[in-house]
Write a protein that binds this ligand. Structure first.
Ligand code: URA
Length: 244
């Protein structure tokens, strides 16, 4: 049986971004924290940290956020950045503000360019993050690319060859699959995550990607009707789909 850890409530809640230990002591005294329907007054007490805690604890009348180990699926909108090092609005701004203060930190699993839209995962689970981005796992990422010029007919074989060398690199790309949708649109599935990989692959064929949208990661797709900027927490079954 998995061991259940215990934590002081002030330590747990401050690691979830709800405030400093002092603020939490004040909130508890004011009756803002409940556990199993009763006011929880002494935040220095230890409690078991179980995954069902969000169904049992409330803060200011709202269910507690998920405890550590969460995976978020986001439909990334155009123009937002994944990296804190770039300028502009960050994908993290789409999530609740207090999540910026969570520890462990929430990070994107890999990155999408500012001008790329679609399926992006975020997590506070470092092991999962490394498993998804590890080249050894061969998690397939599928992109819909809309191109400035018609495909020239060489792309499928070139991308599948395992011999395409991107400019400035010294190791050829792993084989990738291209499914042609129309003269200027294709679905490209890659197992690596090199810098601007899809755009550079089409650039190597003399083309230019005008729109790029990630549709799938492993066996996981964006849910029907999920609008840009919307997100949801993934359960265990969805997380398992990533590795299918
Ligand atoms: N390839 C790109 O060129 N850009 C992305 O955002 C992802 C893959």
């Amino acid at each position: 049986m998995a061991k259940i850890s215990t934590s002081r409530v002030d330590k747990l809640l401050s690691s979830m971004g709800y405030g400093s230990r002092k603020e939490l002591a004040r909130m508890a005294k004011a009756g803002a924290i409940t556990l199993d329907g009763a006011e929880f007054l002494d935040v220095t007490k230890r409690i078991p940290v179980t995954p069902d805690l969000p169904t049992r604890m409330t803060i200011d009348g709202e269910a507690l956020d998920p405890v550590a180990g969460m995976v978020i699926l986001l439909n990334k909108p155009l123009g937002m950045t994944c990296s804190h090092k770039e300028d502009g609005v960050l994908v993290y701004d789409l999530l609740p503000d207090r999540w910026k203060s969570r520890s462990p930190k929430i990070s994107t699993i890999g990155r999408l360019d500012k001008q790329t839209t679609g399926l992006l995962l975020l997590t506070d689970d470092g092991d999962l993050l490394h498993r998804v981005i590890s080249p050894r796992r061969h998690v397939k990422k599928t992109y819909r690319a809309k191109l400035a010029r018609p495909l020239n007919g060489t792309e499928c074989d070139l991308f599948a060859s395992g011999q395409l060398m991107l400019e400035g690199e010294d190791k050829p790309l792993a084989p990738a699959e291209l499914e042609i949708v129309s003269k200027t649109e294709a679905l490209l599935s890659v197992v690596e995550g090199r810098y601007h990989q899809v755009r550079r692959m089409f650039a190597a064929t003399g083309n230019h990607v005008e729109d790029l949208h990630r549709e799938r990661l492993g066996g996981l797709s964006l849910p029907d009707g999920m609008l840009p900027g919307q997100w949801k927490l993934l359960g265990e079954k969805d997380i398992a789909l990533i590795f299918q």
